[in-house]
Design a protein around this ligand. Structure first.
Ligand code: G6P
Length: 354
C-alpha cells in the first residue's frame, strides 16, 4: 500500500496531486488544439431538449454544476438526489436522464436510472469505471477517465466530472465559445498552478480546532461550497455546512460565532461577487473568521482574514480551481487532527444498498 502512495502520506493527497493528469486524460482528443470545438464521438447526435441529472454525494454536487451549465445554455435542466428521485419521481417528458456516478455501482443512482428508463426516458451514464453496471445499463456513456481513486472521499473524480460535464454541455448545445473552451483546455495547467501555490496548509493550521465551518457561494460556486463542506466533514468529522450565500441571512447566520470560520468562494467581478462580498460583511460583523477563495477580482480580501488565491479564469473553470483549494483545506485540517483520511469511519467508497 505504501508503494501505491508514491511517497505521499495518503492516497487522497496523491489523488489531489494527480488532478492535472486526470484532467488531461479526460480532455484528450475531445477538445481541438485551437479551442472552439468539442468533439464527443460517444454522444454524436445527442441534443437533449431538457436534462435531469441523478446522483448521490459528491457526484450530486457535480450534477448541480452540470444542470447550471445547461440552464446557462437555455436548456431546462435539474439535478436530483437519486434516492429522492425514486421516492417521488418528477415528470420526465422528453428529458435525457443523466446518472453521474464515479463508481458506476451506487444503488440509489442505478435505481433512479432504472425508474427513468421504465418510464421511457433515454439515459446517459457519466462514470469513471469502464464496464460498470451504469455503463452497461444506459443508452450512452461518457467516461470521465480520472483513473482509479482509492481514497474514500472523492477528489480527482470530482474535478474530472466537472470537466466532463463541460464537454457534454459544449457538445450537446453546439456551444463554440472559444474563451470558455480554451479555459477548459488549459485546466490541467491552471490546476497545477493552484496546487503548487496553495497556502491551504497554513490556513488549516490556524483553524483546525474550530467548532464548525460554513461554506458559501453563488451560482456555479454554490455546488463548490456544498462539496467543500462535504469533504471537510467526511475526513475531519467536524461539523461543516455549505449554503447558497444568499441563504445565510435566512437562518444559518444564527450559528455564526467567532469560532466558526466562514469560507466564502467568490470569483469574477460581477453582480454575484458583489453580493457575496456583502454576505461576507454580514459574518465579519459577527466576528466570524473569514477565509476567502478568490481570483482577486473583487474586494473580498478587505474583509477576509485569510485568502486562498486562484488564477483569473472563466466562471466554470474557476469552480474547479476553487474546489482544489477546498480539497487541500479539508485534507490538511484532517491531517492535523490525525484522522484516518483515506478510510473515514462509517463511510464506504461505493454504496451498493438503497
Ligand atoms: C459514497 C462515497 C461518496 C460518493 C458517493 C457517490 O457515499 O463515500 O464519496 O460521492 O458514494 O458515489 P458514486 O460512485 O456514485 O459517485
Amino acid at each position: 500500500e505504501e508503494t501505491g502512495k508514491s511517497g505521499y502520506d495518503h492516497f487522497m493527497l496523491k489523488e489531489i496531486h494527480e488532478q492535472p493528469r486526470a484532467l488531461r486524460q479526460c480532455l484528450r482528443g475531445r477538445v481541438d488544439e485551437l479551442g472552439g470545438q468539442v468533439e464527443l464521438e460517444e454522444l454524436a447526435g445527442v441534443r437533449p431538449s431538457s436534462v435531469q441529472f441523478v446522483a448521490c454525494g459528491t457526484s450530486y454536487h457535480a450534477a448541480l454544476y452540470g444542470a447550471e451549465l445547461f440552464r446557462e445554455a437555455g436548456i431546462p435542466a435539474q439535478a436530483f438526489l437519486a434516492s429522492e428521485y425514486v421516492t417521488s419521481p418528477p415528470p420526465i417528458g422528453d428529458a435525457l436522464v443523466v446518472g453521474v456516478t464515479q463508481s458506476g455501482e451506487t444503488a440509489d443512482t442505478l435505481s433512479a436510472l432504472r425508474e427513468a428508463r421504465q418510464r421511457g426516458a433515454r439515459t446517459l451514464a457519466l462514470t469513471n469505471v469502464v464496464g460498470s453496471t451504469v455503463a452497461r445499463e444506459c443508452d450512452h456513456t461518457l467516461y470521465i477517465r480520472a483513473g482509479p481513486e482509492i481514497g474514500v472521499a472523492a477528489s480527482k473524480t470530482f474535478a474530472s466530472q466537472l470537466a466532463a460535464l463541460n464537454l457534454f454541455a459544449f457538445a450537446a448545445t453546439d456551444d463554440h465559445d472559444r474563451e470558455a473552451i480554451g479555459a477548459l483546455r488549459d485546466l490541467p495547467s491552471t490546476v497545477q498552478e493552484v496546487i503548487d501555490d496553495s497556502t491551504a496548509e497554513s490556513v488549516a493550521e490556524a483553524y483546525h480546532d474550530a467548532d464548525a465551518y460554513f461554506f458559501i457561494g453563488r451560482g456555479l460556486n454554490y455546488p463548490v461550497a456544498l462539496e467543500g463542506a462535504l469533504k471537510l466533514k467526511e475526513i475531519t468529522y467536524r461539523h461543516a455546512e455549505g449554503f447558497a450565500a444568499g441563504e445565510l441571512k435566512h437562518g444559518p447566520l444564527a450559528l455564526v460565532t467567532d469560532n466558526s470560520p466562514v469560507i466564502a468562494i467568490t470569483t469574477g467581478d460581477g453582480e454575484l461577487a458583489r453580493k457575496t462580498v456583502n454576505n461576507v460583511k454580514e459574518v465579519e460583523a459577527r466576528d466570524a473568521p473569514v477565509i476567502a477563495v478568490t481570483d482577486g477580482q473583487s474586494d473580498i480580501e478587505r474583509y477576509a482574514d485569510h485568502v486562498l488565491t486562484i488564477p483569473e479564469t472563466q466562471p466554470r473553470t474557476a469552480a474547479v480551481l476553487a474546489n482544489v483549494q477546498l480539497q487541500l483545506l479539508a485534507y490538511h485540517t484532517a491531517d492535523q487532527l490525525g484522522r484516518s483520511i483515506d478510510k473515514p469511519r462509517n463511510l464506504a467508497k461505493s454504496v451498493t444498498v438503497e
